[in-house]
Design a binder for this molecule. Structure first.
Ligand code: LIP
Length: 276
């Protein structure tokens, strides 16, 4: 399957196969680094926004493998990898999404690799390093989950909650104190209006959880492109509504992914709570 205007070299299924291969190799490096994760930790935007030497090593491996295979592509990575390409394809990489979970050995941290053609994600792979669960999607090809226990890819189709009161919601918070104070106030208002809240600590895995119907909706403010590029494609290809607040584009600045049966009501509630 090829996106309508993608050149043959940018066929989504070809790009996805490379993303999966590289994600698996990077996940092996991350898994081997888990025990020593705390040996080399730096902070970024705040004392709780951390990056480990393993994050950086994973990004170096991913960058090397992708550009060795496709030297004319561009690349954007969370830990600083940045390259302008000439092919029209750009890789968007989070070498460990859920770094705090990785540091604490909480089994929700993923290698996330997306391929964009002319700025639109056309292939995405999110690999939970701790569980081996692999979420994949290619434009027009659907979204799938495979795992060591179930290697045969299972098609993902999200969920159909009957109402907001029956909607299980995942979210995440920023790293800066004033941001978290405001986000905490919103979630306090949201909690009595929905089934319950979950905070897993990885945007990529949150988006894949909506695709898999493990939660019914997810929202988060101010995500970076690398947090959501692959996971949002998985969600969209699973039939999940992926949007922003008040009809704005996804992740500008609000990222919303919700079951179609409640997406409009959920977006309206978020708009109400954020206006307040
Ligand atoms: C994480 C996101 C998560 C957010 C965390 C953090 P990181 O990315 O995936 O959704 O709530 O604060 O930003 O920093 O682990 O790559």
């Amino acid at each position: 399957m090829t996106a309508p205007d993608a050149p043959p070299s940018a066929d989504p299924s070809v790009l996805l196969a490379l993303a999966v291969d590289v994600a698996r190799e990077a996940a092996g490096l991350v898994a081997r680094g888990r025990a020593s994760a705390g040996d080399s930790v730096d902070v970024k935007s705040s004392p709780v926004d951390v990056v480990t030497a393993v994050d950086r090593a994973s990004e170096r491996l991913i960058t090397d493998r992708l550009l060795a295979a496709r030297p004319d592509d561009g690349l954007l990575g969370e830990e600083g990898a940045a390259r302008t390409g000439t092919s029209g394809v750009r890789w968007v990489v989070d070498p460990i999404d859920g770094t705090v979970n990785f540091l604490y050995d909480l089994p929700a941290y993923a290698v996330s690799i997306a391929a964009e053609v002319d700025g639109q994600a056309v292939a995405g792979a999110v690999l939970n390093v701790a569980t081996g669960e692999l979420f994949t999607a290619a434009t027009g090809g659907g979204a799938f989950l495979s795992s060591p226990a179930r290697p045969e890819p299972q098609r993902l189709t999200g969920s159909r909650p009957p109402s907001l009161a029956q909607t299980l919601v995942a979210t995440g918070f920023g790293y800066r104190e004033e941001q978290r104070r405001a986000q905490g106030a919103v979630v306090a208002q949201l909690l009595p209006r929905v089934r319950d809240i979950r905070r897993f600590g990885s945007a990529a895995l949150d988006l894949c959880a909506v695709a898999a119907g493990r939660v019914d909706a997810y929202y988060e403010l101010d995500l970076n492109r690398w947090d959501h590029a692959a996971g949002a494609l998985v969600a969209a290809e699973a039939g999940v509504t992926v949007t922003g607040l008040g009809g704005r584009p996804f992740a500008e600045p609000m990222a919303i992914a919700a079951a179609p049966s409640v997406a409009a009501a959920f977006a309206d509630l978020l708009a109400e709570l954020h206006a307040a």
